[in-house]
Unconditional design. Structure first.
Length: 414
């Protein structure tokens, strides 16, 4: 029988378990058929270990469902960060890590590859470990640390030498605690806090979008690709678990929903010559392909389009749809007007008289506004869509609601 281990090799495996079982719905062991029952049991046990105190069970007559329940008022740190810190390692990884940084103990110490190899051989002799690391293995390990910014590689004459990177003094406190919990890739702040034993005792969040910590690895790869102005290929899944490869993509920006915290990649796809969005929680992998020479031009195009983007939808032909409605609120209900101003995004608000305000916007997809517009039902006195099919659907939904609650549909306010 294979031994259960909490550490994992590939984060995507545990990410899919967390998403399928604990985030998007209640599922039992019997509902999961993509992998073996033992694989599911190991994934469940890992999550229960990381989320101790936040895992609950709902029993029915024939099965047990698992779900997460977290009171954000009592949580100092995003508990899902623990999953991102659980990568497995070998004895060789640990040995080389400490030995290399013991050899290069200061930024002033410079060593060539052959000198580092000789020093490591002395360590293995002194420890009587019997381990042997060839030059190729040590070079690869040094390259890993160079990529992470921990070691610097430079030429001195004809020889290539290595040294430790300069230490960085980081100011801890409120800014680090805030960054860790609300910013994309906040797990980076959590790693720093671990190193300096810093506690986030400053903030509690009414709406704490912890689940998006699971997307940090993908998000980091996308940020790197954008920084390097690279074209990429991604692998994504749908709700049914089917995988699809999408290439010829230029990543341009990350949009984050202020309502749900959901993160989207805004990217230009060359095959259909259009800027489209991808949900980050559906992206499984990211691979850089080549430099995108038109990166700056495409990012400026996205910036120009944003004046007509309500959510994440764009139009291939840059055709917009018009939406406007009038709401009624008294002088004592200024909070309604303040909310309208706060949430209007790319729209405009016009005062008609002391109790009526008109909102209007030209957007690529008015469907994205429907949920928000519904929150003003009871105060809307006028509503008009240029998209007549959507207007008819909205009115039909309202009439259905009137019938459900026995409300007279012939009234002044919607």
């Amino acid at each position: 029988m294979a031994e259960y281990k909490e550490l994992i090799k590939k984060f995507e495996n545990i990410r899919s378990y967390a998403r399928d079982f604990y985030i998007y719905g209640f599922k039992s062991r019997d509902d999961y058929t993509k992998k073996s029952g033992r694989s599911y049991d190991n994934g469940r046990r890992r999550l229960e270990s990381w989320l101790d105190g936040n895992i609950f069970f709902n029993r029915t007559s024939d099965k047990k469902n698992v779900f997460i329940s977290i009171d954000s008022r009592s949580v100092k740190h995003n508990p899902l960060f623990k999953a991102l810190k659980s990568k497995s390692f070998t004895d060789g990884d640990i040995f080389l890590h400490f030995v290399i940084f013991d050899i290069l103990y200061s930024p002033n110490v410079e060593k060539t590859l052959s000198e580092i190899v000789d020093d490591i051989s002395e360590y293995t002799f002194l420890t009587e470990s019997g381990r042997f690391f060839d030059e190729s293995t040590i070079r690869k390990k040094l390259d890993e640390y160079i990529k992470e910014g921990l070691i610097v590689k430079f030429k001195k004459g004809r020889l290539v030498s290595y040294r430790r990177a300069e230490d960085v003094n980081i100011k801890l406190g409120e800014s680090l605690g805030f960054f860790s919990e609300v910013m994309p890739c906040g797990v980076l702040g959590s790693y720093i806090a671990d190193k300096y034993d810093s506690e986030n005792d400053f903030f509690r969040f009414k709406h704490h979008y912890i689940v998006h910590a699971l997307d940090s690895e993908i998000l980091c790869l996308l940020f790197l690709a954008m920084h390097r102005k690279q074209e990429i290929t991604i692998k994504k899944t749908n709700r049914g678990g089917e995988e699809k490869i999408i290439d010829e993509i230029v990543p341009l920006s990350i949009f984050v929903s202020v309502q749900s915290g959901r993160q989207y990649l805004m990217a230009y796809r060359r095959c259909n010559k259009k800027i489209i969005s991808f949900r980050l929680d559906y992206i499984c992998s990211v691979r850089e392909i080549k430099t995108a020479p038109d990166f700056d031009e495409l990012r400026q195009t996205l910036k120009n389009l944003q004046k007509n983007i309500w959510g994440v939808s764009c139009s291939k032909d840059n055709e917009t749809e018009h939406i406007e409605f009038i709401i009624k609120c008294t002088e004592k209900e200024s909070y309604i007007y303040n909310r309208l101003m706060r949430e209007k995004r790319c729209g405009t608000v016009e005062k008609i008289d002391s109790e009526h305000y008109r909102f209007s916007a030209d957007v690529f997809d008015t469907t994205e506004l429907i949920t928000w517009i519904r929150t003003f039902i009871g105060r809307i006195t006028y509503l008009k869509f240029s998209n007549k099919a959507l207007e008819e659907q909205f009115n039909a939904d309202m009439n259905t609601m009137y019938q459900m609650y026995n409300i007279d549909g012939e009234q002044d306010d919607i």
